[in-house]
Design a protein around this ligand. Sequence first.
Ligand code: ATP
Length: 358
Amino acid sequence: MTDIAISGLGKAFGGNRVVSDVSMHIQSGEFVAVLGPSGCGKTTLLRLIAGFERPDAGSIRFAGELASSASHHTPPEQRDLGIVFQNYALWPHMSVAENVGYSLKVTGVPAGERRRRVAEALKTVALDGMAERRPSDLSGGQRQRVALSRCLAARNGIVLLDEPLANLDVHLRAAMEHEFTRFHQASGSTMVYITHDQSEAMALADRVAVMDAGRLVQFAAPATLYREPATEMVAGFIGEGIVLPAEDIIADGAGRAQANILGAPVTLRCAPGERARRSAAIGLHPQDIRLAVPGETSLPARIRRLSYRGGSFRAEAVCEAAPETVLAFDLPEQAPLAPGAPVSLAIGDGWVIPALAA
Ligand code: ATP
């Protein structure tokens, strides 16, 4: 079993700092997703862990043993890791079984054991009837399962996955998510999964590391990212996050705060250490917004658009007090509202995004 300890990691290309002071400890057997927008440095972080790149600051340790630092570099082939790429990286001239067994052959595993491990790995990903096929005779999803079974057969302590579903259609992606979960349970490997798709990260990972412009901005369980985003970027990136300005925040020291949002008094959740502030950004989701009941404190708004979601409508409403502010929320299918209708919106359960550390 292998944990990964990353400390103060930095990497620049030319003058361009791509990974800045990243520290994180990935537990042995944990499934971690690294999530962020295009260009935030996710792939570079993965390449640093794999040993394809050398850091210019900080260190990476596997099971306590130094693998990378500015002055030390363990080559990729000496790191106990398997990699699943978005383009599968299978040998086209080899059969499925030969692809899966290749690394075992190179590392001198005897033929009998090799055959047994390959058969077992192919069975786990339900490809046992396809051992003699060539990769070109398989679908995209099947090829990705071959790549996974290669890591299973090799029994890698760490498996790195670089946007493995990027080339698959939406139905196959859902099926493959299940495949990754099964793989993780069967292998017990420590998994690091790179993606820009937040729903994939939230569905699969024990913890998600969110990166923004080369920095790790939050490393937490999916529910924590959703409920307690550390920055405005995380609040807007996770779920269908909405970020609103609030004023006159008064915290009670026990995780609750009062504030004004667009002139309406609201009760919010906040960190226990939160203090009184003149202004703050508030993170919300459509699920936190609903039609107010008569007499309830509310924001006046006007429906701009309704889109059918199957069983409900997603409504977008423009706030009267701030026409640039659009709030999205869900309306039951029977709701007798049309675009242009005035509504009163109640906001519940918003989160006071912590002030940035100086
Ligand atoms: P994407 O989701 O688009 O793949 P990413 O978050 O994985 O993005 P990286 O591929 O790590 O981001 O790239 C981060 C930045 O580093 C980009 O601006 C990229 O152009 C730059 N970069 C990556 N590799 C190199 C390299 N070998 N030489 C120079 N610049 C590089």
